[in-house]
Design a protein around this ligand. Structure first.
Ligand code: SF4
Length: 219
């Protein structure tokens, strides 16, 4: 059986496999200021105030997505459906639409890894939306700090992101199957991680040998 994976957890794994294990295997959870800030941005989007319909199309927030082939599921912040005679015909929508997935982020990513992680999250949403609506969906990232949308280049880099996503899902399912929380990765940056109180990344691993040595030194 293939274990279902949430789209949100892909980012946790990319940020730190140990964090992913703590969340998914141990069911640990702690919030910090960064998590709260992200939640506030998403709460506004998910409140429904972004949903509307007019003659040019409609927009929905908090859209549930899934893909049976990859066994992934999650929620898109917001999807716009723009009527266009030049767009592909979607059977399920009953018309020609440009379907645009918008992912909201509080800030622009501070590192290449964070940027990659945001992109893969959005790509996973696209794979789901493509299969649901039967057309090639567009993806945009909206950065709340600079109030800007950025279009993601999936039309030219689809294969690259598809194999990256597949590889990642394979690695994540290995962790879930093993039931073992991964150790802290070498060089892992922990700044901003809300789980540091549970993970205790700076406490040395318990070792019987060092314990015996310490006791011998105390005598
Ligand atoms: S504190 Fe560091 S090692 Fe622990 S889960 Fe967070 S990022 Fe990973």
């Amino acid at each position: 059986m293939i274990l279902p994976v949430t789209i949100r957890s892909i980012q946790h794994y990319l940020y730190c496999p140990r964090r992913y294990g703590l969340l998914e295997i141990n069911r640990d959870w702690q919030e910090n200021a960064l998590v709260v800030r992200g939640n506030l941005v998403h709460e506004r989007v998910h409140s429904g105030e972004h949903s509307y319909s007019d003659k040019d199309g409609f927009c929905r927030s908090n859209v549930e997505l899934y893909n049976d082939e990859l066994e992934i599921y999650g929620t898109a912040d917001c999807i716009e459906f723009e009527r266009s005679d030049k767009a592909e015909y979607s059977e399920i929508l009953g018309g020609r639409y440009i379907v645009r997935i918008i992912e909201y982020k509080p800030t622009k990513p501070k590192s290449a890894l964070a940027e990659q992680s945001d992109m893969i999250q959005c790509f996973a949403q696209k794979v789901c939306a493509d299969s649901i609506f039967g057309i090639d969906c567009e993806c945009m990232m909206y950065y709340a700090d600079v109030r800007r949308r950025v279009r993601l280049p999936f039309e030219t880099e689809y294969d690259k992101y598809f194999s990256l996503l597949n590889e990642l899902l394979g690695n994540m399912r290995e962790v879930l199957d093993s039931g073992v929380i991964p150790a802290k990765r070498k060089g892992q940056s922990c700044g901003g991680c809300s789980l540091d109180g549970v993970c205790m990344p700076n406490v040395p691993k318990y070792s019987v040998r060092s314990e015996i040595r310490r006791m011998a030194e105390d005598e």
